[in-house]
Design a protein around this ligand. Structure first.
Ligand code: ADP
Ligand code: MG
Ligand code: MG
Length: 945
């Protein structure tokens, strides 16, 4: 991984330096000495603030100091040299304090101080930035430490780790260059495990590392501890802007932070022998949210990153967890106890202490915690705590459990769950019978729940490439590293051969809500041959496999999946959301099936029923095409007839009109009952909920066959020549269809279409008791367009009311999606019962971004920060949003109770939902799967005020 520190930096302007001098850049932490507090997350980063806080709580935290995120911002502003001038004194003072607190000295003396130099921003970005451990080792301190510990193997192992980590992170030497040297020594000795390396071997590894670094970098490995520290601090600051950190922030929408803090902390050693260990734990299960026991993993005689790197198989914290782990892997109790004992068994006293800390920390932070700890010669140290990343299922379960445990209140619970994360819970799981029949290849760890079926790929680049081609892929890796993040993001699922529940793959997949099975020890993955083998089975790149992230099972081939159940904690959090939200949530649906689904997801009605989708199904497209193909002829002949005074000519025209008119009327007659049936189905599925029906919107050419065969078929059906059909198709062609003959313009040109659609709606309403249709006229720019369509609609309503001897209470409104409509909304409101903002078209026309062509440059616009987000996904609040605001004010100025909704993609986007709440919308409308997201986002907006 390349280091990105060496970017050119501006010279420090004298004034900036002088001003900056006043600030405090370094905060000490340690027993009874912490200067920082938990409230200082923005300044100290999450890690630094919590280390200070934990030390304050009296927990065993190795002392250290935090260099602030403001210093990081300065690093980028004034450059590393000027920064160190700025902070040098403070760092030196803090270091002196640290040496005093530990009784050790950095870089020299009989009791050398080693430190870790750790990154940590205000928002947690696990594993994305750099950390260096064991800093301070050099030939002199190595000797002193050996003399002191009488444990040369441990010291040389630490030295070896330090050179490797510092060499990679700070000096930018490739990871594999170190691996190469290490393997050479292991190979020569016939070792397979790192733990087999003896002191002499480690010495050789160190010597080889030194030589290699010198060869690659052209300079000696730095031995001066202060120089090491300065370089380490720079590297951590530099890692704030490494490509994977930038990508992680983009993917997780982390914005507006100053940078990372740097934590310099006294080292404690989990690798100093068999009475030492290191581990990671969660106070509740991050996959499911359960807390039947204490979830975590540890490794004896190891250092921090060994657990997450998946180098050895970690052991469980509790006996209960250990037994479950053993059962899933068919490990017998005897073998488990002997080879993989739980911490509860191997170090019962430390376990007890850790378990008490678990309870204390959860009570303190009122949330599930993700902990790092290290045990040095039987003494426990806490190295980190943070609110743990979790799946949506776990987030919902934990939030509702914490309410029941009276740790947080309902409002806090509603605010705890990220609305966009809910998506994960709404997606399918495997059909049990289909899964039962599938051929199971192996079982790994259930690292992140869900079900995934896809084609095997072996690297992130291929995953991204194939996904772009629309393929569903399963990313298969021996183990993942942060570089794989792009591929992981596009994959349907992730499979790894190595690594535990807290491995990189597992943690990242859970954060993404992506199905992941990790630690499939039986799988042999060959990147060279592009194969996965398991016993006798060999699978190639492109072969299909299926993963069950909830059980860890891996299957050959595809498996059917089904929708999940929406009960339990999910139902509870949704009920709480409904209790606190003010904004209504409707759905965009065109079929009874989607409608039923959306109602199940909590939709309070339909905000957008697109009638054109109804014309595509089955035979209807034929009827609809028939209508379109003669519509223009009928219209022209009728106009000619109306203008004609001569009786003879009139007769000719009438004869000419007869055939096309017959076709036209036939088509409308065929369509009417079909549309009516559609609406009856929708109204029934809605069970009395309102349904906003949009009249025909898209340009007619979209419905016509563009190919010869389709045109020939239509010609035959209608008894016309193919040429005649082709001519109509050509005549309907538009240069810019989005601004062409569409929306209400169609209903104005062909009033019969409006009449037919409205009749179908009214008759369906008369047939289904309690139905509440609302008729919506699309693409209105001028109030007269609406007025003319409204007259037709009202006329039809009256006719049906009379015929059916009933009163229909049908509202008539319009879309606001043309800028002209927005800025004349007062005039339009006079004719409308409601507004529904069609934010897709409104964005397109306000920004002058064609939805079909903007892809070419919009990405760049977002990357350059011209727009914060793709304006077609997140409403452009400053521009389009301002127009919306104006339109609502104008509209409500005329009609204070005017109902206002939004439909279009934006209706399900949490940021847009919050915006709509603030603007006083009546409801948002979105696709069925986003209804729960909108409900929760609306509640959060209401609670945040
Ligand atoms: P990350 O943000 O990637 O978790 P950390 O800064 O937390 O990076 O450190 C990486 C690993 O090194 C963790 O496992 C951590 O517990 C361990 N570690 C960090 N500082 C120390 C220390 N002072 N003593 C022992 N282990 C440490
Ligand atoms: Mg950490
Ligand atoms: Mg539109």
């Amino acid at each position: 991984m390349a280091k990105s520190v060496k970017v050119a930096k501006k010279a420090a302007p004298a004034k900036a330096v002088a001003q900056a001098k006043k600030a405090k850049y370094v905060y000490f932490f340690g027993a009874k000495q912490s200067e920082g507090t938990v409230a200082m997350k923005a300044l100290l980063g999450g890690k630094g603030a919590n280390l200070a806080d934990m030390a304050g709580l009296g927990l065993p935290v190795p002392p250290g100091f935090t260099i602030t995120t403001e210093a990081c911002a300065k690093y980028y502003e004034i450059g590393e040299k000027a920064l160190h001038e700025l902070i040098r004194e403070e760092v030196r003072d803090a270091l002196t304090k640290l040496e005093k607190a530990t009784g050790k000295t950095l870089g020299c003396g009989v009791n050398p101080l080693l430190v870790s130099v750790r990154s940590g921003a205000a928002a947690s970005m696990p594993g994305m930035m750099d950390t260096v451990l064991n800093l301070g080792l050099n030939p002199e301190t190595v000797e002193a430490m050996i003399a002191r510990t009488n444990n040369p193997r441990f010291v040389w192992d630490s030295y070896r780790r330090f050179i490797q980590m510092f060499g990679n992170v700070v000096l930018g030497v490739e990871h594999h260059d170190f691996e190469h040297e290490l393997e050479a020594v292991k190979h020569a000795k016939g070792y397979t495990l790192d733990t087999e390396l003896m002191t002499e071997d480690l010495k050789e590894v160190v010597a080889r590392y030194m030589k290699m670094v010198k060869k690659v970098k052209g300079c000696d490995f730095p031995t001066d501890a202060m120089e090491q520290l300065t370089l380490g601090i720079n590297a951590v600051f530099g890692s704030w802007n490494n490509p994977r950190a930038i990508k992680y922030r983009a993917l997780n929408d982390i914005r507006g932070l100053l940078g990372t803090a740097v934590n310099v902390q006294a080292m404690v050693f989990g690798n100093s022998g068999t009475n030492s260990a290191t581990g990671v734990a969660f106070t509740r299960d991050p996959s499911t949210g359960e807390h039947k026991y204490f979830y975590g993993e540890y490794l004896i005689n190891a250092q921090g990153e060994d657990v997450v790197a998946g180098i050895r198989t970690p052991q469980q914290i509790t006996v209960k967890g250990s037994r479950e782990w053993a059962k899933a892997r068919s490990v017998t109790e005897a073998v488990r106890k002997a080879q993989y004992p739980a911490l509860e068994e191997s170090m019962p006293k430390v376990f007890k202490q850790l378990d008490a800390i678990r309870v204390k920390l959860e009570q303190h932070y009122k949330d599930m915690q993700d902990l790092e700890f290290t045990i040095e010669d039987g003494t426990l140290y806490m190295l980190q705590t943070r609110n743990g990343k979790r799946t949506a299922a776990a987030a919902v379960k934990i939030a509702t459990d914490l309410v029941q445990e009276k740790i947080i209140d309902e409002k806090a619970a509603v605010l705890r769950v990220d609305p966009s994360q809910l998506d994960q819970l709404l997606h399918p799981v495997f059909v049990k019978s289909s899964e039962a029949k599938a051929k199971k290849i192996t079982v790994g760890l259930p690292a992140s729940p869900g079900a995934a079926t896809g084609q095997i790929v072996f690297n992130a680049a291929t995953a991204e490439l194939w996904a772009k081609e629309g393929k569903k892929v399963i990313l298969c890796r021996i183990e993942t590293s942060p570089e794989d993040i792009g591929g992981m993001n596009v994959a349907a699922g992730i499979l790894t051969a190595r690594g535990g529940m807290t491995s990189h793959a597992a943690v990242v997949a859970r954060g993404m809500g992506k199905c992941c099975v990790s630690g499939c020890g039986e799988l042999h993955i060959s990147y060279d041959k592009k194969t996965i083998s398991c016993n006798k089975l060999v699978l190639q790149e492109g072969d299909w496999i299926s993963l069950n992230g909830s059980t860890g099972a891996v299957y050959e081939g595809k498996i059917d999946s089904q929708d999940p159940k929406l009960t339990g904690p999910f139902a509870m959090i949704m009920a709480l959301a409904d209790k606190y939200r003010k904004l209504g949530v409707r759905t965009n649906a065109d079929t009874p099936r989607d409608t039923a689904k959306a109602v199940e997801f909590g939709a309070e009605g339909i905000g957008l029923c697109r009638t054109e989708h109804m014309f595509f199904e089955g035979d209807r497209i034929t009827s609809f095409r028939r209508m379109i193909l003669v519509a223009e002829t009928v219209k022209n002949l009728r106009a000619a007839l109306a203008a004609c005074c001569d009786a003879e000519e009139k007769a000719v025209l009438e004869r000419e009109l007869a055939a096309p008119l017959k076709q036209y009327n036939q088509a409308l007659k065929e369509l009417l009952p079909l549309q009516r049936k559609d609406f009856i189905g929708m109204f029934k599925a809605l069970k009395g909920r309102p349904c906003t029906v949009r009249l025909l919107d898209p340009p007619l050419h979209e419905f016509l066959p563009q190919d010869d065969a389709g045109q020939a078929e239509m010609a035959k059906l209608m008894g016309l020549s193919v040429e005649a059909i082709k001519q109509v198709v050509d005549s309907l062609h538009e240069t810019n269809p989005m601004l062409g003959h569409r929306g209400c313009r169609l209903g104005i040109s062909y009033p019969e279409v409006t009449l037919m659609q409205v009749r179908a709606i009214c008759e369906a309403a008369a047939a289904v008791k309690g139905s509440q249709p609302e008729i919506m006229v699309p693409l209105v720019g001028h109030v007269k367009e609406l007025a003319s369509q409204k007259a037709l609609i009202e006329q039809t309503i009256a006719e049906v009311e009379k015929a059916k001897k009933t009163k229909l209470h049908i509202k008539i409104g319009t879309m606001i999606e043309v800028p002209r409509a927005a800025i004349t909304a007062d005039q339009i409101a006079a004719e409308a019962d409601f507004f529904s903002f069609g934010t897709n078209d409104l964005t397109q026309m306000t920004c002058a971004f064609s939805r079909d062509d903007a892809g070419k440059f919009l990405g760049e616009y977002v990357a350059k920060g011209f727009y914060d987000y793709d304006p077609f996904q997140v409403l452009d609040q400053d521009g389009v949003g301002r127009l919306v605001d104006i339109a609502i004010k104008y509209g409500r100025g005329v009609k204070p109770n005017l109902k206002v909704g939004v439909c279009g993609e934006h209706g399900g986007d949490p940021k847009t939902v919050a915006f709509c709440h603030r603007l006083g919308f009546t409801y948002v409308s979105c696709s069925p799967y986003r209804v729960p997201i909108a409900r929760l986002a609306a509640a959060q907006a209401a609670l945040k005020g």
